[in-house]
Each structure stands twice: as C-alpha cells, then as structure tokens.
Write a protein that binds this ligand. Structure first.
Ligand SMILES: *Cc1c(COP(=O)(O)O)cnc(C)c1O
Length: 258
C-alpha cells in the first residue's frame, strides 16, 4: 500500500485494485474473515477456545495461485481430495513458497483413495483424513516407508451405515484404529466424517463424537476430530471438532465436475 500525502486532491493510492490477483486476494481475505468470525462465534456459543480449532481450507478445483494467496493471508492447512490434482498443485505451491523462503504448509488428503494411489499420496501429504480400510493402511505404510516420512492418519467414519460409500462403520473403527497404531511410520490422530446428505448434522456429529471418544480411550494421542464444512461448521464445533474442512465459503463455488 502506498500512503497518500494528505493533501486534498492527492490520488488515494492503494484503494484501487490493480491486478486480478489483488482482486482475488481481497475476495479471499473477506471470505476468510467471515469464516473466522463464524468460528469465533461458534466457539463462544459452544464454550470452546478457538485456539483448539484448526481451519483446513479445501482448495480442490482451485489453482495453486489461490493456495499462495491464502498462504499470504496466513492459512497453513490445506485440504485436497484428488490425487493427481493435489500432487501437481502442491508441488508447484511448495516450490513457489520455498523460493520465497517460506516452508510452513500442512496438506491434508481428504478424498476417497484407491490403494494403488496411496504410495503417491504418501509422498506429498502430511495428513490423510480418509482412511477407511485395512488395505489402505498397509498401502500408506508402504508408501511412508518408501519416502521415509511419517504420516498422520484419521479414520473416516461412515455415518449413514452405507459401506459402499467412503468410511469405516462405527463398530469396525476400533479394530482399524489398532491396526494403524501398530505401524511404525503411521500416527493415528483421530477420526473424520462428512454428515450424510439430508441428515441432521448435530445428530450425525454426536455419533461421530461417541466413536472418537471410544478410540481415544484406547489411543490417547488420537485426539483430533475432523467435522464440519461450509454449511455445518457450527454443528461440528458443538460436537468437539478440532479440525474444520471449509471450501466453498472461502473459495467460492466449485465448477461442476463433468
Ligand atoms: C469438498 C470437501 C469439503 C469442503 O466442502 P465445502 O462444502 O466446500 O466447504 C470438506 N470435506 C470433504 C471430505 C470434501 O470432499
């Protein structure tokens, strides 16, 4: 920003947006502030401390340039759900950040994952939130060994009882948790869920909270609970969410998948 000199007819430099990037930066700044205000209010209503909540900004379908703008605005946690897109985008984003002397960024993989892609995902993700079966645990463990880095995992819990969709059933979560906890380079951090379409998110997240409590009783370090998106983050906060995954409310509508 250029300060103006105070004389009445001096141009008000800095109030004019010069490039599309600056326009996008302002749009993201406004949306991010609105979401942070919702988080503050949601925490106050739930009697919680906002410092215990991590906002993961979901950048799927949006370019690496948006990741860099959000990073300038202080965002450090990002979420992606498609392997190829995420790998390319975050290689580019991390490279640009490194050139600028910045390195702090945590990437959360939040999408359905085939085990043949798990090795690749283990190469660039820091957290995988969508672990829902044994085969995936083994594949991520092999992937973590191949690149010699530790991966933090969340179990994705199915709250609609339909195993055809993603997520482990609540009654099978404890066994899967034990399996993750037994792997050398995998750290079990907790659980994640998406409220079923059309369901009451409070009812869904209350069930997730019960699964989370059961797992934490056996694995004290598994104290993350990832629940709440653009439409239902307040419900997530009411039921103990430590991680919110917010896309649309910050980046705008995603182009529809054709
Ligand atoms: C896309 C996505 C989100 C973000 O959803 P919004 O409604 O855009 O906030 C959160 N979680 C998962 C698993 C997603 O795939």
């Amino acid at each position: 920003m250029t300060a103006h000199d105070g004389s009445p007819d001096a141009p008000r430099l800095g109030t004019q947006l010069e490039t599309p990037d600056e326009q996008r930066l302002e749009e993201l700044r406004t949306n991010l502030a609105a979401v942070n205000a919702r988080i503050e209010r949601g925490c106050a209503d739930a009697g919680r401390d906002p410092d215990e909540v991590t906002l993961v900004v979901v950048t799927k379908y949006f370019p690496a340039s948006d990741v860099l703008l959000l990073h300038r605005l202080g965002v450090r946690h990002f979420g992606e759900n498609r392997d190829q897109e995420a790998g390319e985008k975050f290689r580019a984003a991390r490279h640009a950040l490194a050139e600028a002397g910045e390195s702090e960024l945590t990437l959360h993989f939040i999408g359905q994952l085939q085990s043949n892609k798990a090795g690749h995902v283990a190469g660039y993700s820091d957290v995988v939130q969508s672990v829902d079966r044994s085969k995936l645990v083994s594949a991520l463990d092999r992937g973590a060994h191949a690149v010699d880095r530790r991966l933090r995992l969340l179990l994705q819990v199915s709250l609609d009882g339909d195993t055809a969709r993603s997520g482990v059933l609540p009654e099978a979560a404890a066994d899967l948790a034990d399996e993750v906890a037994g792997r050398e380079l995998l750290s079990l951090k907790g659980v994640m869920a998406v409220a079923p379409l059309g369901a009451d998110p409070d009812e869904a997240f209350a069930r997730l909270r019960a699964v989370a409590d059961g797992i934490r009783a056996r694995h004290p370090d598994a104290d993350w609970l990832s629940a709440g998106m653009s439409a239902d983050l307040e419900a997530g906060l009411r039921h103990g969410a430590t991680h919110l995954r917010v896309g649309t409310a910050i980046l705008g509508s995603r182009p529809s998948l054709l």
